[in-house]
Design a protein around this ligand. Structure first.
Ligand code: FAD
Ligand code: SF4
Length: 482
């Protein structure tokens, strides 16, 4: 038994320092600092090393959490980094953006009044610090197999897949239509949650390992899918979900009404000077902004608008605070930064003037029904409660639906009724689609979800691809014997 067994009794949970709200709203930099080695060791030593660690099961990639916490408590940074990468291809990013309160930390035994171990911050600390001190993934035992796989999409699913294939000697070539890797890590999640330098560092690591990136290239337009099938042994699809959900009410086409994602993309392009066309930048400085939605995308829109210098930012959501889908941490941060929340408000119309500019959001007040079969409480409109919230810019953050490519049907890649590609984890080769040479994972298979679940599916699909390639090889060998 370590002499720190009862550390949790004396040492409370402490998160890394957070920049004060009045300072952080003046820039787009990350708001959380980094632990020192000593603080990381102390906080890690709070872990009880439960015999059956719930945190591991609740973590979608099933990280060996108590084991790497112990390594950090003992000062073994490089060993912790090696272990952390055994289950997660992007630990420094998950440590930053996972909704830990719903995942690993939500399942920590110490939540019972003592405060969960700061698992996310320590996961981030491990990789950030190890890379800074020169640690690199150990590729010395890897022998190239001569096989190669094309990956469409450099988001977390594609990167997870590339990582596992490369570690198994298979050449991974990743195509993306954007100018940068990362998918929504780069173009959706704002820099105050994840600075893009973190993604650049991961790109360098993956390239050093042997992954090749071909950017600014849209498959189906710049290169035809058939060419990939001809040139590669298998193809992985990690193309995300990009159909924006609309409210279906009047006024959505008024001027200064924006979809959440194009707004966030324009902001990151502006911050990093990636878009030469300055006209594309949606600047909400000085505007009365109303954000519609209650998920993480809505929180990102709120906090980006604040940083752009909006005059006021109001977020309207149709359920109450307890029943909103966004991470508690992000709602708290948004409140601290000056976002005003209107709970139980359902938009019914966007109101405009004669020039076609939006001037307000008509909402009605709601109350929640009893829980349905899935435990979800539906908002019911209270009659006679209409009001107009003044606005001169509106951001719609109602989420995303699948966006299957029109060419999927030409290649027998089946989708379900909702447009998600069918590539189950239970297939003979994990995440194989109805076209045996093609695999898929991430948001395009499970619907809009999380970075960590996309990484998990990308990694599992890579395992499926490795087994598929082995079986193809075996078939060739046995046919050459007969
Ligand atoms: P994506 O990240 O969408 O990547 C898909 C990639 O495929 C893109 O780069 C795209 O350019 C490329 N692509 C598509 N079609 C083609 C083609 N034909 N040719 C070439 N390239 C193509 N999750 C969290 O865990 N925490 C958060 O805080 C969080 N915040 C979010 C905030 C916002 C605003 C949004 C929109 C999402 C957020 N998410 C968050 C969700 C998370 O980002 C996604 O679940 C995750 O990125 C999905 O990964 P993916 O690899 O499946 O797809
Ligand atoms: Fe927690 Fe996410 Fe890290 Fe898993 S990957 S340990 S859920 S922060």
């Amino acid at each position: 038994m370590s002499d720190k067994t009862f550390q949790f009794l004396d040492l409370p949970r402490k998160d890394p320092k957070k920049i004060k709200a009045e300072v952080r709203i003046k820039h787009f930099k990350e708001i959380y600092g980094q632990f020192s080695a000593e603080k990381a060791a102390d906080q890690s030593a709070r872990c009880l090393s439960c015999g059956n660690p719930y945190c591991e099961w609740k973590c979608p990639v099933h990280n060996y959490i108590p084991n790497w916490l112990q390594l950090i408590a003992e000062g073994n940074l490089f060993e912790a980094a090696e272990l952390s990468h055994k289950t997660n291809s992007l630990p420094e990013m998950c440590g930053r953006v996972c909704p830990q309160d719903r995942l690993c930390e939500g399942a920590c035994t110490l939540n019972d009044g003592f405060g969960a171990v700061t698992i996310g911050s320590i996961e981030k600390y491990i990789t950030d610090e190890a890379l800074k001190q020169g640690w690199r993934p150990d590729m010395s035992g890897v022998t190239p197999t001569g096989q190669k796989v094309a990956i469409i999409g450099a988001g977390p699913a594609g990167l997870g897949c590339a990582d596992i294939l490369t570690r198994n000697g298979v050449k991974a070539v990743v195509y993306d239509k954007y100018s940068q890797i990362g998918g929504l890590l780069t173009f959706g999640i704002p820099p105050f949650k994840l600075e893009k330098e973190v993604v650049f560092t991961r790109q360098e690591i993956l390239e050093e390992m042997g992954v090749e990136f071909i950017l600014n290239t849209e498959i189906g337009k710049d290169i035809q899918f058939q060419e990939l099938l001809d040139e590669y042994d298998a193809v992985f699809l990690g193309m995300g979900t990009y159909t924006y959900m609309r409210g279906g009410f009047e006024g959505e086409d008024l001027n200064n009404v924006h979809e959440a994602l194009p707004f966030l993309i324009s902001n990151v392009n502006h911050q990093y000077e990636w878009d030469e066309n300055k006209e594309n930048f949606v600047n909400l400085s000085g505007k009365k902004v109303v954000v519609l939605g209650g998920g993480d995308t809505a929180m990102d829109c709120n906090r980006t608008s604040i940083r752009q210098g909006a005059d006021s930012v109001t977020c309207a959501y149709r359920r109450d605070e307890k029943n909103m889908p966004g991470s508690r941490r992000e709602v708290k941060n948004a409140k601290e930064e000056g976002v005003h929340f209107l709970w139980n408000r359902q938009p019914v119309e966007l109101v405009g003037n004669e020039a076609g500019d939006v001037t307000g959001v008509k909402v009605v007040t709601t109350r929640l029904s009893a829980a349905d079969g899935r435990g979800r409480r539906m908002p019911e409109i209270i009659p006679g409660t209409e009001e107009v919230i003044p606005a001169d810019a509106v951001l719609i953050a109602f989420g995303f639906r699948p966006s299957p490519a029109p060419w999927f049907t030409d290649f027998s890649i089946n989708t379900d009724d909702g447009g998600r590609v069918v590539a189950p984890s239970t297939a003979t080769f994990m995440h194989q689609t109805s076209n045996p040479q093609v695999f898929a994972g991430g948001d395009m298979v499970r619907g809009s979800d999380l970075v960590v679940t996309a990484v998990f599916e990308g990694r599992n699909a890579a395992e499926g691809i490795l087994q598929y390639l082995a079986s193809e090889e075996e078939a060739v060998q046995s046919s050459s014997k007969t």
